[in-house]
Design a protein around this ligand. Structure first.
Ligand SMILES: *[C@@H]1O[C@H](CO)[C@@H](O)[C@H](O)[C@H]1NC(C)=O
Ligand SMILES: *[C@@H]1O[C@H](CO)[C@@H](O)[C@H](O)[C@H]1NC(C)=O
Ligand SMILES: [Ca+2]
Length: 647
């Protein structure tokens, strides 16, 4: 018996360590609705974030990092490597009683990493659907999960409240360990809940195996009406220089998030795991400075727009990456990266072979570029197309085209604090003495990297601070005026989107529009909006938001709530009684084999990679303005003949 039993052990002893050595630990930390200007490395003194800054100043600050305008699509893009238009998820976030989820049939980032031998942990926000158990994070690549299924909750009681016009008020608890409700955590500040879990996981981690930890914080999303913003009072008291009480509480929430990052870095260091780690930090979308129902008083200054818009304030998400595997650091990177790039990039960093990934991913493997400071492999990013509200935006080289406007244009202006003269001047030594700063300094000293001092930090901060540039076009652009009205910006030189150049460079505008029309052809339409409050009501599940549609025939998704009453904890058995995966609306693409390629409808042929044809279209090769004159008949011009109508 001995040899048989010993063989795996022997193999692990022989190869386990070397495996872990070249498969780095990967820690992805996501702040929710965190504004650009709310991280002090971007130049504002108002809210010091010394721990996040320490990572930034020792790693690569990613100042051209694009995300989706709201939570669910951003997370779908992160975990699938696909543009939300290819998932039918380009629209609003998933509501609590909505039978909609990230379609099955896509292999998610944690599943790919599991294939490479990673232990995977999901912490915090899911927000990719839970009406059936097959959509839960524990069934989609996470070995363990501690967190919540919906988009937000109150920070201490972990309750999500919602009101449906035809049904009324509902409230439920939303915090789970794996698939069981974690009532015992009630009363504990959510940011601390997730920080403690992350630290426990690191402390208990078997270092022979590589670790993937996705820490999707609630901070700094707003909670429920009446207590939108919550933070410990002693934290709030540190921000007396901020006059607005809401902004002051928000600052304390950001500070708690910063401390969480510091604590996680310090715990990694305490187990000597930094040496083989990649730490990625990002915001999932711009801050909703104002608006309903979840304003948080965050700031995307000096950018235009906010969460749920396609302006830079909504989609240029604060981000940074730190790792000893980055050969050129510290630095501020202005290379274009999209949130879909992380799946192939981290897979590649983990030693996965890029050709094992589906060839039609929208994400691009940026690992070599990131590690060696080579140019981005992207010159184009589809920022979104929402066929319902008729908005779209595309980034191509230095250009950005914005079509249509969300919310009737009321978020098309400039919002949020730029800091003020009464803020205490930023204290760079607080970066060095923060838990993250101390850990990174001691790590650098031991591994021969230079320790980043104050002068270097001042220079990096200046480089990472966005300056608006001149405002030289007097005519403003109102993309809300009509669905196909567009505005064109040179965001490289005009990051604040003040100078609409659509009339100055009509050929460029047309080329970008043509690319959008191509993407539009491959769009998977959003499923019809469906809500089932009477079925999803937490009252039916012992007071917790829980999967409610497992026992329903898919044709009965709107069945009377008196059929199928379930109660008690959510079953944690290996397999839920999943009905025939016919159609719970759009969200049920049959799952098929685990590593199977995506089964969602494929776009006919939008360009998803740096696009030669359209890039060339930017060059002044054509003398005639295609708006004025019918262009010669080429492939590209078929779109022109369809008159470039997006909707
Ligand atoms: C969650 O599930 C994993 C894998 O089955 C298990 O190892 C872990 O103990 C579970 N955690 C809890 C708190 O039940
Ligand atoms: C700056 O931060 C350091 C370390 O936290 C602290 O000792 C020092 O008092 C601070 N300086 C000022 C002027 O607040
Ligand atoms: Ca968000």
């Amino acid at each position: 018996m001995a040899p048989v039993l010993l063989l795996p052990l022997l193999l692990q002893l022989l190869f386990g360590r070397s495996l872990a050595a070249y498969r780095p630990n990967i820690v992805v930390i996501v702040g929710d609705d965190l504004g650009w200007n709310d991280l002090s490395f971007h130049g504002s003194d108002e809210i010091p974030t010394p721990n996040i800054d320490a990572l930034a100043y020792n790693g690569a600050i990613l100042n051209q990092h694009y995300v989706q305008p709201v939570c669910t699509p951003s997370r779908a893009a992160l975990l699938t490597g696909r543009y939300p238009i290819h998932l039918g998820m380009q629209g609003p976030p998933i509501l609590a009683a909505e039978p909609r989820a990230l379609p099955l049939g896509h292999t998610l980032l944690p599943e790919y990493l599991q294939q490479l031998g990673y232990v995977t942990h999901g912490i915090g926000k899911w927000h990719l659907g839970y009406h059936r158990k097959e959509y839960l994070p524990t069934r989609r690549g996470f070995d363990t999960f501690l967190g919540y299924y919906n988009g937000a909750l109150s920070y201490y009681d972990h309750i999500l409240e919602t009101t449906y016009p035809d049904y009324g008020y509902m409230a439920g608890h939303d915090m789970r360990r794996n698939e069981s409700t974690a009532w015992d955590l009630q009363g504990k500040y959510a940011t601390d809940v997730f920080t403690d879990e992350a630290n426990d996981i690191i402390r208990a981690h078997d270092q022979r195996l590589p670790l993937f930890m996705y820490v999707a914080h609630l901070g700094v999303h707003a909670g429920n009406a009446g207590k939108l913003l919550e933070a410990p009072q002693e934290e709030i008291d540190k921000f007396r220089h901020i006059a607005d009480p809401n902004r002051r509480t928000y600052a304390a929430m950001v500070s708690k998030l910063d401390q969480s990052v510091g604590s996680i870095v310090a715990t990694l260091q305490s187990r000597n795991m930094l040496e083989s780690s990649i730490i990625l930090f990002m915001s999932d979308n711009g801050a909703p400075t104002i608006g309903d129902p979840y304003p948080n008083w965050g700031s995307n200054a000096p950018h235009r727009g906010l969460k749920d818009t396609l302006w830079e304030g909504g989609v240029k998400g604060a981000a940074l990456i730190w790792s000893p595997l980055l050969n050129r650091r510290p630095r501020v990177s202005f290379d274009m990266i999209h949130i879909t790039d992380w799946l192939p990039t981290l897979y590649s960093a983990a030693g996965g072979r890029p050709y094992d990934l589906p060839p039609d991913l929208d994400g691009v493997d940026q690992w070599t570029s990131l590690a060696n400071d080579l140019p981005s492999r992207r010159s184009e990013i589809l920022l979104n197309i929402d066929e319902r509200i008729k908005t779209a935006a595309l980034r191509q080289n230095n250009w950005k085209l914005v079509v249509g406007s969300s919310q009737g244009g009321k978020f098309d202006e400039y919002f949020g604090s730029s800091g003020s003269a009464s803020d205490p001047p930023f204290n760079f030594s607080s970066v060095l003495t923060s838990p993250a700063g101390r850990s990174l300094t001691s790590h650098a000293a031991r591994s021969g990297w230079p320790v980043i001092g104050e002068y270097a930090m001042v220079a990096l901060r200046a480089r990472a601070t966005v300056r608006c540039g001149p405002n030289y076009v007097s005519a403003t652009c109102d993309p809300a005026a009509s669905a196909n009205k567009h505005c064109l910006y040179d965001v490289q030189n005009d990051p604040c989107e003040r100078n609409n150049l659509a009339d100055v460079y009509p050929t460029v505008a047309r080329a970008l529009k043509r690319t959008l029309v191509r993407y539009r052809a491959g769009l998977v339409p959003q499923p019809p909006a469906l809500q089932q409050p009477s079925l999803a009501d937490p009252k039916r599940f012992g007071g917790a938001w829980s999967p409610w549609a497992d026992d329903l025939q898919s044709s009965n998704l709107q069945a009377d709530s008196s059929t199928a009453p379930t109660d008690g904890p959510i079953g944690s058995g290996p397999s839920a009684s999943v009905g025939p995966s016919a159609s719970a609306g759009p969200s049920t693409t049959p799952s098929g084999n685990k590593p199977a390629p995506a089964t969602a409808p494929k776009p006919s042929k939008p360009s998803t990679k740096p696009n030669k044809a359209t890039t060339e279209a930017n060059k002044p090769k054509s003398t005639a303005d295609p708006l004025e004159e019918a262009p010669p008949a080429t492939e590209d011009d078929k779109d022109d003949n369809e008159d470039m109508i997006l909707y």
